[in-house]
Design a protein around this ligand. Structure first.
Ligand SMILES: [Mn+2]
Length: 330
């Protein structure tokens, strides 16, 4: 988007904030560090600016590892008061707001701050939608535009979102603008080592052991172009882990040198398997998952397949073979 147009939107947002006494900031269900970081950072900044502001999320159990961010424990689940301005953070569509979606739609004074440019359907009165690395980077733009001086807590919130959504500056959404924002935030005293442990590196003991067994099981197919692993219900029992602990397995499996596609198969019920796929370069894992009624992005997709494990594996490898134009023989 044109620089001038972006400044016009920031000016509109500033006007909306200036006119409102009370502001509700709402992030998406199943929040990640970007949704929480951008919301908390913006909320603290607006309080510094003299407004009454609160963060809401339709989620009973916000991950413990995100609650160490300042104000994390004050995030509300019930929106009782009538706030004059509502700001949606990191939500591509209004349904990402969970149970608040209909009231958000009905509200006359709303802002959307989101970086999902392709899917965002511009559901608010003011739509600040641009391909930044993260909603946190966008919240920082608003804070700077309003001349609010960040403190260490605000800077830490925003940095949490930026390092998460860029996967520590390794995803293709990382721009020079993201590095510049991070550099600026560091000047406010962010403890980057502690933050990266809390947000990314630190994993529960059951989860690390589940990852360990999944990594040990990796098998290569199609001459090493595909790496695949799996976890069964019995593994969760054995390590005291839950299905949430299998999140990110496909991503780790893609670390195998030479792999273009990675697959993790995690059993969710007796004859039900959740498939998660990741791809590199020209691999299109979305096409593979679509065969089974799933979908996602070109390099990150998922689906569910029912049946006996070996049948599921067979079907999946056949579909991958079709995508790679290499026949698979079991
Ligand atoms: Mn985000």
């Amino acid at each position: 988007m044109h620089r001038r147009l972006l400044r016009m939107i920031l000016e509109e947002i500033k006007n909306a904030i200036d006119k409102a006494m009370s502001i509700a900031i709402i992030c998406h269900t199943r929040p990640d560090a970007d949704a929480i970081g951008a919301s908390l950072g913006l909320c603290s900044a607006l309080k510094k600016y003299g407004k009454r502001a609160d963060v809401f999320c339709d989620e009973e159990n916000i991950p413990e590892r995100l609650l160490f961010l300042e104000g994390g424990r004050l995030i509300g689940n019930e929106l009782v008061d009538d706030y004059e301005l509502w700001i949606a953070i990191d939500c591509g569509d209004v349904y990402r707001l969970g149970k608040f979606w209909d009231r958000f739609s009905a509200h006359k004074n709303t802002v959307c701050v989101d970086h999902h440019v392709i899917t965002n359907d511009r559901y608010a009165r003011i739509n600040y939608v641009e391909d930044f690395s993260s909603a946190s980077e966008m919240a920082f733009e608003i804070i700077k535009y309003m001349n609010i001086q960040p403190d260490v807590d605000i800077a830490t919130d925003l940095m949490a979102g930026i390092i998460t959504d860029t996967n520590r500056f390794g995803n293709s959404n990382t721009t020079s603008r993201s590095f510049l924002a991070a550099g600026e935030l560091m000047q406010y005293g962010v403890d980057i080592n502690e933050l990266s442990f809390k947000i990314i590196r630190e994993l529960s003991y059951p989860r690390i052991r589940l990852i360990g067994v999944a990594m040990e099981r990796i098998k290569l197919y199609f001459g090493g172009r595909v790496a695949l692993t799996y976890v069964f219900l019995s593994d969760y029992d054995k390590y005291g882990a839950t299905s949430a602990d299998s999140e990110g397995l496909a991503d780790r499996t893609l670390n195998v040198e030479g792999a273009e596609m990675a697959v993790s198969i995690s059993q969710s019920e007796a004859n039900v398997y959740k498939i998660s796929m990741r791809g590199r370069r020209n691999a299109n894992v979305c096409d593979v998952c679509r065969v089974f009624g799933g979908g996602g992005h070109r390099v990150a997709a998922g689906c569910t397949i029912k049946g006996d494990y070996y049948d599921v594996l067979d079907k999946l490898l056949k579909a991958i073979g079709d995508e790679l134009n290499v026949p698979f023989r079991s």
